[in-house]
Design a protein around this ligand. Structure first.
Ligand SMILES: [Zn+2]
Length: 158
């Protein structure tokens, strides 16, 4: 509408929300959304408005600004840029998660290796004990054999 157009343009720059980083905010201090007029006078004309407008249960402000020519393109570029930034952040988070899982996996592998080392040490100890027991049994047999020989000698040559 031309009346709202003149109204919005008559608003001084002090009343107008500041543009931070190229993004236009509405009076609710939320990023304004690009919409298209469906009025007879301005069919399909792009404008910036409150994103909460026409949303049930949400209070909205009366922010309105025609987005002609470069502004529409600028807005779209900004939106795309924001989306890219969001995706970049998501990717960074994902990379962080991947790094975390990597370090966790590494820790687990270390733990498993430690356990394996402990197990192999125990195996070695067990083997040593077994060989010692075998040695002990052989010594015992030798001892009994020697004793037998001594007893036989004593019995036969007394
Ligand atoms: Zn608003």
């Amino acid at each position: 509408m031309s009346s709202s157009s003149s109204l919005s343009s008559s608003m001084s720059s002090s009343l107008f929300p500041k543009r931070t980083l190229g993004q236009t905010h509405c009076f609710c201090k939320v990023d304004a959304t690009l919409k298209y007029s469906s009025t007879r006078r301005n069919p399909g004309r792009p404008f910036l408005g409150c994103p909460k407008y026409n949303t049930e249960g949400l209070p909205y402000c009366k922010f309105f600004k025609w987005a002609d020519g470069n502004e529409e393109i600028e807005f779209r570029l900004q939106e795309r840029n924001n989306e890219l930034l969001r995706k970049e952040n998501e990717l960074e988070k994902m990379m962080d998660d991947v790094e975390k899982t990597k370090t966790e996996l590494r820790k687990r592998v270390d733990e498993i290796e430690k356990r394996e080392l402990v197990v192999s040490n125990r195996e070695k100890e067990l083997l040593e004990q077994q060989t010692e027991m075998r040695r002990g049994r052989i010594l015992l047999r030798l001892y009994w054999g020697f004793l037998f020989v001594v007893v036989c000698y004593l019995v036969l040559f007394k």
